[in-house]
Design a protein around this ligand. Structure first.
Ligand code: HBI
Length: 353
């Protein structure tokens, strides 16, 4: 198939600003290219990839939809990069069998009925805004096969909606299984309020445990606020790393702690941890609920309950790290992910299997 992907509008591809959806785009592209499909990625200028052919376009990045208020009007910068990417896709659509947008923005959804080449959308977050909900639900109603999502719990945040549930996946060959843990915990994610870093700071201070923090420093002020509120916390900010670096640094964690405050659409960091043999301890909120096998590959605890997190940490040695790796191999391989996306694409284009 000849495919055109449209990247997230919040940052250049490869910078990590787009969080989990960047990893999803990279992994799906890797599998499709390995299988001999043609994939081009339209993305903001400054986007880089050593394997995916990129069309980098200038234009203003969009603000994070999850940072706007639910009832905020849609913001559209005068020289929007989304406008540029959709203009380009519209002009060149005839060269492709299918176009897939990974942007969580109003315009791509609205334009679905104006394209001759089928335009599909991978929705990378749960519901965050009324205006976006409306256009996403409307698109799904008009084109029931064109909306893809990570999880059922994510789809449910939009109410009743027709969506292909694609889960996620990673290239397991890039993650090394670590049988023996070292004496630290990890927390991985964009440093942003929706990720709930303050809870892991509170936990660290309460238990006196060292926690390594990996991820894009999206909000310095939020980081400072967490450190100031919990001066006894032993958080060490390690930085943002590419996959190879991240897995080598967090692979020996005793556990990955996840404290999502929003309905995390998936939580790619959870399957990255499992792939290294790292048990996942997470609030029972959002994507992790469909990932963690409670008491087998980690623990799901009552959301926002620090004591429950602490109690789960005490039991983490009861988790067999080899079971964590095995779950990643069974459910989250690159092949499983790629085949789910290809099945979705064939469903849309009626291409033969
Ligand atoms: N906000 N406006 C907008 N557009 C996006 O593409 C977008 C976003 N917020 C977050 C985001 N994409 C991705 O980082 C999600 O996968 C989290």
């Amino acid at each position: 198939m000849d495919l055109l992907f449209i990247s997230t509008s919040v940052g250049a591809f490869g910078t990590g600003i787009g969080g989990g959806v960047e990893l999803t785009i990279a992994n799906v592209c890797q599998y499709l290219l390995e299988k001999g499909h043609t994939v081009h990625l339209v993305a903001p200028s400054g986007s880089v990839s050593d394997t995916i052919p990129i069309v980098a376009l200038p234009g203003a990045l969009h603000s994070f939809a999850q940072n706007d208020r639910r009832d905020s009007p849609i913001q559209f910068p005068s020289n929007s990069v989304v406008g540029a990417m959709m203009d380009y896709a519209y002009q060149i659509q005839g060269r492709y069998d299918l176009i897939v947008s990974f942007a969580y923005d109003w315009l791509p959804f609205y334009l679905t009925s104006f394209f001759a080449t089928p335009l599909a959308h991978f929705v990378s977050m749960g519901s965050v805004s009324a205006a976006l909900d409306r256009v996403i639900v409307q698109t799904a109603r008009q084109f029931p096969r064109r909306i893809g999502m990570y999880t059922h719990v994510q789809a449910q945040t939009f109410g009743t909606i027709a969506a292909q549930i694609l889960s996620s996946g990673i290239d397991l060959d890039r993650y090394e299984f670590r049988e023996e843990p070292e004496n630290f915990y990890s927390w991985i994610g964009r440093i942003a309020p929706e990720k709930g870093l303050e809870d892991v700071a509170k936990l660290s201070e309460k238990l006196g445990i060292a926690v390594k923090i990996f991820g894009k420093m999206q909000s310095e002020s939020y980081w400072q606020e967490c450190c100031n509120r919990f001066p006894g916390a032993k958080l060490s900010y390690e930085g943002f790393f590419n996959t190879d670096e991240l897995q080598s640094r967090m692979g020996a964690s005793r556990a990955l702690i996840m404290t999502p405050k929003w309905v995390e659409a998936f939580g790619n960091v959870a399957i990255e941890a499992l792939a290294c043999g790292v048990p996942v301890i997470s609030y029972a909120r959002g994507g992790p609920v469909e990932i963690v096998r409670h008491n087998e590959t980690g623990f799901l605890v009552e959301p926002d309950n620090i004591e429950a997190l602490a109690a789960a940490l005490d039991r983490v040695d009861s988790i067999k790290r080899s079971k964590c790796r095995r779950q990643a191999e069974q459910e989250y391989s690159l092949e499983a992910l790629g085949e789910r996306f290809l099945a979705w694409f064939r469903l849309i284009t009626n291409a033969p299997a």
